[in-house]
Design a protein. Structure first.
Ligand SMILES: C[S@@+](CC[C@H](N)C(=O)[O-])C[C@H]1O[C@@H](n2cnc3c(N)ncnc32)[C@H](O)[C@@H]1O
Length: 290
């Protein structure tokens, strides 16, 4: 069977998001001068538009403002930092297993918060661990939950997510779909005119869903940060994710799809859609209502 006609270029995860704050920018970037976390944030994160989406969807469903955010798999905690910077009523927790990105977060993203830093707490802990404060919003970005390869592991995570939400809480995860998502392929994108971001889907096994991916960065002087980040995870389909969220006890799961501009690129706005697009690649948010 022929694949469905793509209505937009197949640049899926590699085009997710535009740019973020950067702590340091060398005039000419090379593999020797670049900071991989800085490059990562500039390549794949857009915390301001994530915050706007989270606020909009929460207000639409709950008719009030959310204040406490929990960012799972937070890495450099850019989203959590952007959240608390909104004002004195906003607070956040970040959870990540790895010490290195958390230390980077403290050195760069948290320092620029000034006194607001007292409203953010970072934990070097598994995302399934409970938090002291129930969250109005809890989220896992950039497909990080795919680290859970076994069904019962992902179900445990979703159950724990529901358990630590406030009464009116929402749990939000993103998803990369379309037939590009399960191919072995490489995509490149120049970022800020100063380096090339490379998204490399290295292997995919249809039987298990196991997938290995990596991010490389290339520079004008031909130097390269090969496998600056690598991911060994399982690709979960959208119906599998919805079923697991329902099984974890969420009574309602809404799906919002990124819309496309006239050239067929994702434009950063998301609309609720019960069916979804057919095509090579698309980004969606799943919003699970407690
Ligand atoms: C793809 S990065 C996500 C970074 C950032 N949140 C973003 O949106 O781009 C995945 C992060 O998950 C962390 N991680 C992997 N397994 C984890 C687990 N079981 N619990 C918490 N963090 C985990 C890794 O250390 C890494 O920082």
């Amino acid at each position: 069977m022929a694949p469905p006609t793509a209505q937009h270029p197949s640049n899926g995860a590699a085009r997710r998001h535009a740019r973020a704050r950067a702590p340091s920018r060398a005039a000419v970037l090379t593999a020797a001068t670049a900071d991989k976390y800085d490059l990562y944030q500039r390549s794949v994160q857009a915390p301001q538009s994530d915050v706007e989406f989270l606020l909009t969807v929460y207000r639409r469903i709950r008719r009030r403002k959310p204040h406490h955010l929990r960012e799972d798999f937070c890495g450099t905690a850019l989203l959590a930092a952007t959240w608390v910077a909104q004002g004195p009523r906003f607070s956040a927790d970040g959870f990540d297993l790895a010490l290195e990105p958390l230390e980077w977060a403290r050195t760069y993203n948290l320092v620029s918060l000034g006194s607001a830093v007292s409203r953010i707490a970072l934990y070097q802990k598994d995302a399934r661990e409970p938090a002291a404060q129930p969250a109005d919003l809890r989220c896992a970005q950039n497909f990080s939950y795919q680290v859970f390869k076994a069904r019962n592991e992902l179900l445990d995570y979703f159950r724990s997510a529901r358990a630590s939400l406030a009464k009116n809480g929402l749990f939000v995860i993103d998803h990369y779909g379309g037939y590009d998502a399960v191919e072995e392929r490489v995509e490149e994108r120049v970022v800020d005119g100063s380096f090339t971001y490379v998204w490399d889907q290295q292997t995919y096994e249809p039987v298990t869903g196991h997938q290995k991916c990596a991010i490389h960065f290339r520079f004008d002087d031909r130097s390269e940060l090969n496998e600056a980040f690598s991911y060994d995870w399982r690709y979960w389909s959208l119906p599998e994710l919805r079923d697991l969220l329902f099984e974890a006890g969420f009574p309602r799961v809404d799906v919002y799809f990124e819309q496309f501009d006239e050239d067929g690129y994702g434009n950063g706005t998301f609309e609720k859609d019960a069916k979804g697009p057919i095509g090579a690649s698309w980004i969606a948010y799943l919003v699970a209502v407690r």
